[in-house]
Design a protein around this ligand. Structure first.
Ligand code: SF4
Length: 295
């Protein structure tokens, strides 16, 4: 049984649209995430080393979401809503709690478009609901010409190596399972692709490893592959940098020096690294004829 947590607000409006995912809003049905990815940006003392311990359902979320969607819709303030930006909306608890499903019903009622990225197979449960949103959502005016549909779906993959996934993403489905879901979503007619975010420096950022991810995306009919670098925060025992470095120690301790040299005490790798990663991914994607952006 999850604990419950009251909230004052649930629909977060971004200052500007997300460049990658095109969302203008985000909603999070759960507080914390049982996928427990070591690199997760929400990591920290608030959730602890095992995020299952403090996972909570937002008890009054539905009433608040309805109120906020109603107010935004009344003003015509439509925008894409990322469902699960700081949690996986389809982590295993969702099978019984069905909060994400209830959120989607409200988003359908108020005709808001949706973006979802997941590492879970449960998303297929809501395909009917998502198809209705896809057909009936009202897009923000500046996306009406280019998008013309109400749902964007991604599966997230940082590496194709199952051993590394088991170490880094202990509560998530394996990459092959995520890719099978992608294929199902595509067969059902959705705009869907792969978020290769975060790509792992010196592990999955090489030409060979990126090729594996992008080729797998192509083989499973992805419309796009998005790539992005790894951020690492903090020095407390539940922070992502601490947990990720513990993973490096177990996986290949020689990488620690290389990470220290790359990050130089910063949260993110240098701009030049990010540009090289982008160029590498774009080159591979071009040869495989797959987009590196949603549009
Ligand atoms: S699935 Fe996403 S939100 Fe959940 S732990 Fe992993 S990175 Fe964090």
């Amino acid at each position: 049984m999850l604990s419950t947590k009251p909230v004052k607000s649930i629909l977060n409006k971004h200052k500007k649209r997300d460049n990658w995912f095109l969302d203008d809003y985000s909603v999070n049905p759960y507080d914390g995430c049982s996928c427990n990815c070591l690199y997760c940006y929400i990591r920290g003392s608030k959730y602890g080393e095992n995020m299952n311990d403090r996972l909570a359902v937002k008890e009054n979320a539905l009433a608040i979401l309805e109120k906020q969607l109603h107010a935004r819709a009344k003003k015509g303030d439509y925008g894409i809503v990322a469902v699960g930006s700081a949690t996986d909306a389809y982590m295993p608890h969702e099978a019984s709690y069905k909060i994400t499903e209830a959120f989607l019903r409200l988003l359908l009622k108020y005709r808001f478009p949706v973006f979802i990225s997941t590492k879970s197979t449960l998303i297929t449960r809501d395909m009917d609901l998502l198809q209705q949103i896809d057909k009936t959502a009202i897009l923000p005016a500046d996306l009406q010409g280019s998008l013309q549909r109400g749902v964007i779906l991604s599966v997230s993959i940082s590496t194709m190596d199952e051993n590394i996934c088991n170490m880094l993403e202990p509560g998530a489905a394996l990459p092959a399972e995520r890719l099978n879901i992608l294929k199902e979503l595509k067969a059902a007619g959705f705009l869907a692709g792969v978020n290769a975010i975060p790509v792992l420096p010196f592990i999955s950022d090489t030409e060979k490893e990126l090729q594996k991810i992008i080729a797998a995306a192509r083989q499973h009919d992805a419309d796009y592959v998005l790539t992005g670098g790894l951020t690492l925060f903090g020095s407390d025992k539940a922070d992502s940098k601490t947990l990720y470095y513990q993973f490096l120690q177990r996986y290949d301790a020689a990488l620690i020096k290389r990470y220290d040299a790359l990050y130089q005490g910063n949260f993110y790798p240098p701009w030049q690294y990010q540009q090289q990663l982008k160029a590498r991914a774009e080159k591979i994607a071009a040869t495989l004829n797959i987009r590196t952006s949603i549009l």
